[in-house]
Design a protein around this ligand. Structure first.
Ligand code: FAD
Ligand code: SF4
Length: 489
């Protein structure tokens, strides 16, 4: 039977493909995607990476004497139909898409292909995660809190464990040594890549360039991993939550897209960090992100995917202001403006910018969490449904009716001023609470607590409610109203 393996945009790895296929097909079609009943326009970096990554893989396959084709098409179905006709394909095989909306799209394609007498078979994805979702569901009826899951994974995979079943260093968590901020800090991130042939071609095709040196081949991804291990892992833990105006990536790995696109496996990244000679707080801090958070978010999403899109726990409905979509510099707050401009230019930012700058602002101003989810999906090149949705709707916006986080992640200017150097370049004063010059986060914070007292009562956050009593709430409401009317258009 003439069998062709379809390769998806996030399956860019030759040795993970099936040896049973007679040929391989990569369809580049990311102009527009249908996500949650809406047509979204993906960012330019995702499109370029998709094109260049696909072309690179197809050329690699050809170099190893395999039949492989790269085609552009209006939709997956259009591409598959035309290719099948030309090449007499009788059966397509495909590693089951990790994104639910893509999988559902393929179920519809399956029906259409059946009418053309073409078979479609899904293969299990054994590479994207350590644990399959079937095994997760065998272990847990519903997702436990992340810490318990993380400890389970450490034991299961025997990562950073002593022979007697205790964690290496006898602690599960080194957060006390991590998450610092140092005022004196030089630009640190300095990774570059020579453009490969297919990246040139992709940029030519789209008439735009990739602003961030994102790997599009396996060798480039390995180079990024090696660069991170050599230059940044030793400071990863300590500055994990720090933000700098002139150093957007600090000591983060910037490996998320390479892992999500299969260029690196989560297992090899964790193993490389475990085997490194860095201090335990860096090792554990990093491994917690990949073996803990990354895995957890995937299983959390799979478990709750049907309800996540219908919930809006805090009933937030405000539309995103225009500066989210363009001209981030028009935003009056330096922390947010810097982050939005970076995302608009490079389609990437680090975790604390996502959670504590964009996420915190969105939560305090009551932005519609589903609109925000789509915004993250459109703007970031490491965005995939299983990871964006639980991070945005659960961790960041508390829209999931309290399934992921036990309390909203909210912060006033005190946090941003402690963990970044943004405030010194801002027109607002982080120390003032209720003047015209005060940082908006200070009054928006109390405005949020005032509006959602029930949530704080439910989670026994009595100290927050006690502090609310000391606040001039009329003044807070007045300043918040003014800001929301003036700065949220
Ligand atoms: C609102 C919001 C949206 C997010 N959207 C995405 C997204 O679209 N794609 C994405 O891959 N991650 C997303 N994350 C998670 C995290 O912010 C990114 O994985 C991380 O910033 C990527 O940069 P890095 O590779 O330098 O990460 P590092 O800080 O170096 O961390 C190492 C790795 O750990 C994993 N990781 C860390 N935190 C998380 C997390 N919360 N969830 C899942 N994996 C995690 C990633 O694979 C990451 O590469 C989001 C987080 C938030 C709060
Ligand atoms: S003062 Fe407020 S708005 Fe300005 S950078 Fe600091 S936290 Fe952001």
């Amino acid at each position: 039977m003439k069998t062709t393996q379809i390769i998806l945009y996030n399956q860019l790895r030759e040795d993970y493909l099936s040896s049973g296929a007679k040929s391989y097909l990569y369809i580049h079609h990311t102009w527009k995607i249908l996500f949650q009943w809406e047509v979204l326009n993906l960012n330019i970096s995702s499109k370029i990476i998709d094109y260049a990554g696909g072309k690179n893989l197809v050329e690699e396959l050809k170099n190893s004497w395999k039949k492989a084709d790269f085609v552009t098409a209006k939709s997956f179905y259009a591409g598959l139909k035309t290719y099948a006709k030309k090449q007499w394909v009788e059966k397509y095989i495909l590693v089951k898409p990790v994104e639910n909306y893509v999988y559902e799209n393929f179920l519809k394609i399956w029906e259409k292909l059946e009418n053309l007498w073409i078979e479609l078979e899904f293969l299990e994805d054994t590479q994207s995660f350590f644990l399959s979702h079937t095994d997760f569901e065998k272990q847990y009826k519903k997702p436990p809190i992340m810490e318990y899951f993380y400890r389970f994974m450490r034991k299961k995979e025997n990562i950073m464990m002593n022979t007697d079943g205790t964690p290496e260093g006898w602690e599960w968590n080194y957060d006390a040594l991590n998450r610092k901020f140092e005022r004196k800090h030089d630009w640190s991130w300095n990774f570059s890549l020579e453009k490969n042939t297919w990246l040139w071609e992709a940029e030519e095709y789209y008439k735009q360039s990739l602003s961030f040196p994102q790997p599009t081949t396996r060798d480039e991804a390995v180079a990024l991993l090696e660069y991170f291990l050599k230059n940044h892992l030793d400071t990863f833990g300590k500055l994990e939550d720090a933000m700098y105006q002139d150093d957007p990536y600090v000591h983060h790995s910037m490996l998320s897209a390479s892992i999500n696109y299969w260029l690196l496996s989560p297992r090899e990244v964790v193993s490389a960090v475990e085997q490194s000679s860095t201090a335990l707080n860096n090792k554990e801090g990093f491994i917690r992100q990949v073996l803990g958070w990354r895995e957890y978010m995937y299983h959390f999403f799979q478990h709750y995917k049907d309800s996540l899109y219908t919930e809006n726990g805090l009933n937030h409905t405000r539309s995103l202001p225009e500066y989210f979509w363009k001209n981030g510099k028009n935003c009056s707050m330096n922390c947010l403006s810097t982050t939005l401009q970076q995302v608009q230019k490079e389609n990437i930012s680090h975790h604390i910018q996502r959670l504590m700058i964009i996420g915190n602002f969105s939560l305090l101003t009551g932005l519609n969490p589903h609109e925000l989810n789509k915004w993250f999906f459109e703007y970031y090149f490491d965005a995939f449904e299983w990871v964006v949705t639980p991070n945005v709707l659960g961790m960041s916006q508390y829209a999931d009716s309290w399934k992921l986080a036990t309390k909203p992640y909210i912060a006033s200017a005190n946090y941003v001023n402690k963990m970044s150097d943004y405030c010194k370049n801002c027109k607002y004063d982080p120390k003032q609470k209720d003047t015209e010059d005060a940082c908006p986060l200070n009054y928006l914070y109390w405005n949020f607590v005032d509006k959602h007292k029930g949530v704080f009562q439910k989670w026994r956050q009595h100290f927050v409610l006690k502090n609310l009593e000391k606040v001039d709430i009329q003044r807070v409401r007045e300043l918040s109203k003014k800001f929301l009317e003036r700065d949220m258009v």
